[in-house]
Design a protein around this ligand. Structure first.
Ligand code: F2R
Ligand code: MG
Ligand code: MG
Length: 321
């Protein structure tokens, strides 16, 4: 397991700018991945040339619910100087009511109405899908928690689960959010280097996972890193809207191209399925590892609301220093 000493060594080697860059990289990485993947959500597979030509033709890269909710997570952490479930839930409700047409999943708007009518923030989600949602909606928005709690991994897990509970009462939805947050925190703590160890990264995640389906999928990732056939990747790791069919795939996409933000995100989209969300989660991990400089200017420059997302990332970082 990661320990406090190794964090202090890493911190001493990485200057303040590097951490700011990682906070910016993870939040903007979520938004860029989401916006690039959005036009292809639900496709079977996507050619790389197709992604590039669609992206080039667009003047603005418009994000979806993934980033809209990630912004809500960051706003609440900043306002409360840490996690407050009631405030985060009310922030989600307010943001949704101001701008509902972001392609939200079916569950969250129903939960927002329950919360608006007085249902407690930590109970409302139990009313859905006979035991709660295991959709990937709480994993896709978790980047601010991953970077903010990168230096306190016990608290990170606790907060990731609680933040998920607002909309996702099922243990598989919550563990998806916790695993994604943990992957982002590990990436934030690592100095980008040629000696990056995929096996160490994976071993830490596998130890962290409790649910069988995540342990089983993570156990396949190392072998699949040499697999060329995308159909096999999708058959074994998934590319769906369920957290267990998308969080391992995002981790895989990052590991496959750990030295390149653009290759990792394009690969995630090329798998088809829930492309905006798998690319958002891949971008969040890759941006946390490589920093904001790794995201191509041609993408960052066209991202909707970029100055505001940057402001949120800098404010989150300033709460740490
Ligand atoms: N909603 C979408 N995509 C649909 C198309 C959008 C279109 N492009 C547009 O622009 O309008 N994408 C977004 O939703 C996903 C996140 O979903 P979230 O927030 O987890 O929602 P929900 O409703 O909780 O779960 C999603 C689906 O998962 C299945 N499911 C979940 N729990 C289940 C359970 N216990 N039993 C059975 N099924 C369960 C259901 O099918 C849910 O509808 C992201 O992709 C985001 O981009
Ligand atoms: Mg979306
Ligand atoms: Mg999606």
């Amino acid at each position: 397991m990661y320990n406090e000493l190794s964090h202090k060594i890493a911190e001493a080697r990485m200057g303040e700018w590097t951490f700011v860059s990682k906070f910016l990289g993870s939040l903007l990485g979520t938004a860029v991945g989401d916006a690039l993947g959005a036009p292809f959500e639900g496709w079977y597979r996507v050619g790389l040339e197709e992604i590039e030509s669609v992206t080039e033709r667009r003047d603005i890269l418009v994000y979806t619910d993934d980033t809209h909710m990630m912004i809500g997570v960051a706003e609440s952490l900043i306002r409360c100087k840490g996690f407050d479930g009631e405030d985060m839930a009310q922030t989600f409700v307010r943001n949704y009511e101001l701008d509902p047409f972001r392609g939200y999943g079916p569950g969250p708007p129903r939960i927002f109405r329950l919360i608006r009518s007085g249902e407690p923030w930590d109970k409302a989600a139990q009313r859905l899908y006979g035991g709660g949602s295991y959709g990937n909606g709480s994993a896709m928005r978790v980047a601010p928690i991953g970077v903010f709690y990168h230096d306190s991994l016990d608290r990170l897990g606790e907060v990731a689960y609680k933040s998920s509970q607002i909309t996702h009462a099922h243990s598989l939805g919550q563990e998806g959010a916790a695993l994604q947050a943990y992957a982002i925190a590990l990436a934030t703590n690592l100095e980008p280097s040629s000696s990056f160890s995929r096996s160490d990264f994976l071993a830490k995640l596998s130890t962290y996972a409790k649910e069988d389906i995540y342990r089983q999928r993570l156990s396949r990732v190392a072998t699949l890193l040499t697999e060329q056939d995308k159909a096999k990747i999708v058959a074994e790791l998934g590319n769906g809207i369920e957290a267990f069919n998308s969080v391992p795939t995002a981790i895989y996409s990052f590991l496959l191209h750990h030295d390149s933000f653009s290759k990792a995100v394009l690969y995630a989209i090329s798998l088809g399925g829930d492309t905006d969300t798998i690319a958002a989660m891949t971008g969040a991990i890759s941006g946390a590892y490589l920093g904001i400089e790794s995201i191509p200017d041609s993408w960052k420059g066209k991202l909707e609301n970029k100055p505001y997302i940057e402001e949120l990332a800098k404010k989150l970082w300033s709460l740490k220093s």
